[in-house]
Design a protein around this ligand. Structure first.
Ligand SMILES: [Fe+2]
Ligand SMILES: [Fe+2]
Length: 173
């Protein structure tokens, strides 16, 4: 096995965190869909897919490293939101929390002189920078729009489509 038992356990925990983020985004996206905010809904369904992809990257890594995948129980995502701003604020907090979780994994890899895992985690650090930054931008736009002008947010997301930072190609299965 290329990773320690403690690294394996920490990554399994992170697989749960990424699936949890994915479910939270489905919950937020479906709320927006119910409110007939199709661009916001599509954006968050897409974010949910990305979080699932993150979870699967960790799953594949554990398998490749000869470890054992054990997915922890996932808590129920929050399902009611007072406003668009609250839902986006929750999303931003979630991205900051995940960034801290990835930082903690990097710390563990340094402590264990585990350069293979350290190298693997570099992709996630870049990804978190992009995700926190774009969620911060979205929150600012939502705050500027206020509750009465949500079509401005819809327009922002529609215009931003196709201008997103280029993503790495999806992993082969
Ligand atoms: Fe993620
Ligand atoms: Fe994320």
């Amino acid at each position: 096995m290329l990773i320690s038992d403690s690294m394996n356990a920490a990554i399994n925990e992170q697989i749960g965190n990424e699936f949890s983020a994915s479910l939270q985004y489905v919950s937020i996206a479906s709320h927006f869909a119910s409110e007939t905010l199709p661009e916001l809904a599509a954006h968050f369904y897409n974010q949910s897919e990305e979080e699932r992809d993150h979870a699967m990257r960790f799953v594949r890594y554990v398998v490749d490293a000869g470890g054992r995948v054990e997915i922890p129980a996932i808590a129920m995502p929050k399902a009611d939101f007072k406003s668009v701003e609250e839902a986006v604020q929750i999303s931003l907090e979630q991205e900051k929390t995940v960034t801290q979780q990835i930082n903690d994994l990097v710390e563990l890899s340094l402590k264990e002189s585990d350069h293979i895992t350290h190298n693997f985690l570099a992709w996630f650090l870049t990804e978190q920078l992009e995700e926190v930054s774009s969620m911060q931008d979205l929150l600012k736009v939502v705050q500027r729009a206020g509750d009465t002008n949500l079509l401005f947010v819809e327009d922002y997301l529609a215009r931003r489509k196709g201008k997103a930072m280029s993503k790495p190609a999806p992993l082969a299965t």
